[in-house]
Design a binder for this molecule. Structure first.
Ligand code: NDP
Length: 290
């Protein structure tokens, strides 16, 4: 039976630490970190995410500035708002909740955010820095996964890591973070041949697919570390991951549960990036050379 990696507990520790850092920053410099969250339209899941982010900010002492725009907002209007937030010195992080309604270009919107306030780490500048091994702001979900892996004390050097999923927000940045720690990385996707065999060879498996329990327990190598990013709602209304937890946990040395695994870490890392941005700004240091 494997050890459960509790993202809930690790995230709570991170958030406690951030709260203390925020208090110290305010006391020493008068600067309180500010995160602007932009929500366009009325996607119900996005509304929940935004509400949770706001709550988490408040608990950590971070100012959360919410901008709710109607679904009919034009790209120009949205870009104008981002321009204003870029110029606002009380804002240290800008997050545009995705997905955007049809007709708005996510690429253009994300590229308009000042990279030094891009606490989601999705701007091509920050992606490029990650790829070249000199990261500034890194995407929150894979960054949170690295924290979870570190919490196990496992040395990733030379380990075979298999990532299932190649999205820009999880799979690809995850690969570069693992590579930086000297793992040998394989990225799998929907056209990968014999996925089962790839997973069977892995010391570390990261599943980020979005299909309930598609990674079967008997694919997991004895003693492997399993990180399940997936959040899938099944017919009975409960949430399950991308990995068949019951059987995988019989073989894995460590495994993350769903819920309570990767999910809580994503928000914790968003707060962490925002606090770092505020600290850099307070010290007059530039996160991004202009
Ligand atoms: P995407 O839909 O952007 O990417 C899914 C990836 O899975 C794609 O690369 C796709 O391949 C691959 N894939 C699909 N079907 C298969 C298959 N049969 N075999 C192998 N690979 C396959 O998803 P995201 O990365 O955004 O999210 C993945 C999951 O993680 C979702 O459940 C999402 O809800 C969850 N998530 C959780 C977060 C958290 O905080 N816990 C944060 C972000 C996401 P291809 O590229 O070829 O299409």
């Amino acid at each position: 039976m494997s050890n459960i990696i509790s993202g809930k507990e690790v995230a709570a520790e991170v958030r406690e630490g951030l709260k203390a850092e925020v208090e110290a920053l305010v006391k020493d410099t008068g600067v309180r970190p500010g995160l602007a969250v932009v929500l366009v339209g009325d996607d119900p899941a996005s509304q929940v995410y935004v509400r949770n982010k706001k709550k988490a900010c408040e608990k950590a002492g971070i100012n959360s500035i919410e901008h709710r725009l109607p679904a009919e907002t034009t790209e120009e209007e949205l870009l104008t708002l981002i321009g204003e937030l870029n110029a606002d010195t009380s804002v240290h992080g800008i997050l545009v909740q995705l997905p955007l309604p049809d007709g708005l270009s996510e690429d253009r919107v994300l590229e308009t955010i000042d990279p030094s306030k891009d606490v989601d780490g999705f701007h091509p500048y920050n992606m490029g820095r990650l790829v070249t091994g000199k990261p500034v702001f890194e995407p929150c979900t894979p960054l949170g996964i690295m924290r979870l892996l570190h919490s196990t004390g496992i040395d990733l050097k030379g380990k075979e890591a298999v990532i299932v999923g190649r999205s820009n927000i999880v799979g690809k940045p995850m690969a570069f973070m693992l590579l930086r720690e000297h793992a040998t990385v394989t990225i799998c996707h929907s056209r990968t041949r014999d996925l089962k065999e790839k997973v069977r060879g892995a010391d570390v498996v990261v599943a980020a697919v979005g299909i309930a329990e598609m990674v079967k327990g008997d694919w997991i190598k004895e003693g492997a570390v399993v990180i399940d990013v997936g959040i899938n709602r099944i017919e009975d209304g409960s949430l399950v991951g991308d990995v068949e937890f019951a059987t995988a946990s019989e073989r894995a040395s460590y495994i993350t549960p769903v819920p309570g695994g990767v999910g809580p870490m994503t928000i914790a890392m968003l707060l962490s990036n925002t606090v770092r941005s505020a600290k850099l700004s307070a010290s007059g240091e530039k996160a991004v050379a202009s």
